[in-house]
Design a protein around this ligand. Sequence first.
Ligand code: EPU
Length: 337
Amino acid sequence: MLSEVNNSLLPYNTFGFDVQGYELIKIENKEQLEKLYAEDFFKSPFRVISGGSNLLLTQNIQEPILLVRIPGIEKNQETDEYVCVEFGAGENWHQCVLYCVENEWYGIENMSLIPGCIGAAPIQNIGAYGTELKDVFESLKAFNIETGNIENFNLDQCQFGYRDSYFKHQGKGKYIITSVILRLSKIAKINTQYGDIQNTLNQKNILNPTIKDVSNAVIEIRKSKLPDPAILGNSGSFFKNPVIEKSLAEKIQSNHPDLKIFPASGSLVKIPAAWLIEKSGWKGHKRSHVGVHEKQALVLVHYGGGTGAEIQQLATEIQTDVANKFGVHLEFEVNIW
Ligand code: EPU
C-alpha cells in the first residue's frame, strides 16, 4: 500500500485546485482495506477520492485520503444475448466504455467521455444522452467500513434516482465501492433518440450507425460543448437539473416559450438548469480566476491561479440569482470539501 505524506491534491481534482492533502493512501485491492480495518483506520475520519471529477476543493484536507485505484476488467457471465462484466472501481470510465464498444457490447456508448472512475459512477448514477448507469447496472461490491466485509448490492438496493443513489443517503460514508458489474447487450441496441446524436449522425450521412459511430458522435458532441479538464479546470455539470412542480414550470414557460419541460414523476417535471442560468445572464460570465463556460451554462470553470472558494462564491451567487428570478432552487451536483 503506497502512502504519501504532504502532497498537493492538484493531480487528483479536475478543477485543478492546488490544496494540500496530508496523507494519501493508494488502494489497489480489497486486502488493503481489510488491513486498514484491522488497524482501526476507519474509526477516525477519512476521505475517499476516485477520479476527482465531481469534487470542489476549498481548503487543505487534514484527514487521510484513500485514493481508490482497484484495477480489473473481467467477464463473469455470458449468454447469446448479454454479457456481465465486472470492472474494478479504479478503472477509468471512458476506457471501459471504449473496451465495450470494441467488443460490441451495447449499453454504455452514449456515456462515452464522461470523466471519472468506475467506482464513482453508481454513487450519482451518472448519465448522458438518454442513458443512465442504472439502465445497464447488474450489481456492485462494496466494503462496509463498520463490519470490514464486502457486501453485494443489487439494482433495488442501490435506490438509483436522477444523479442519486443509496450511497448519497443512508449509505453515505459507510461503504467503499470496490467493483461494479454491468450487464451489456450482445444484441445491437442503438439509442439515438437524444436530439444531438441523430443530428450529428445525419450530418455525416450515417444511416445505419454502429456502436462505434454512436460513441464517436457522443465524443464529438461532448468535445464541442464541454471543456476538457486537462486544458480548462472544471467538474462537468456543477448543478443538477431541478425537479419542480409542473405548475411552476408552466408559469415560467408562459413568459418564456423556449423553456423545455421534461416529465419526471407524478406532478413533477425536470427543467434544464443551464437554461435558467443562461436566462439569468450568467453564461460566459468571467471574473479573475473563475467563470461560467461560454458553451454550456451548467459548467463552472477555473482559468488557473484561483481557489475553490471563488467557485463556491460564484455558484452561490448564481443560486441566489436564479431563485430570485425564477423561484427555483438549484442544487449542487458537485461535492464540496
Ligand atoms: N441549455 C441552455 N443553455 C446552455 C445549455 C443548455 O439553455 O448553455 C438548455 C437547452 O434548452 C438544452 C437543455 O438545456 O436543450 C439541455 O441541455 P444539454 O442537452 O446540454 O443537457 P443538460 O441537461 O444541460 C445533462 C447532464 C450532462 C449530460 C447532458 C447530456 C445533468 C446535471 N447534466 O446536461 O451531464 O452530459 O445532459 O445528456 O444532468 C455532468 O453530469 O457532469 C454532465 C455533463
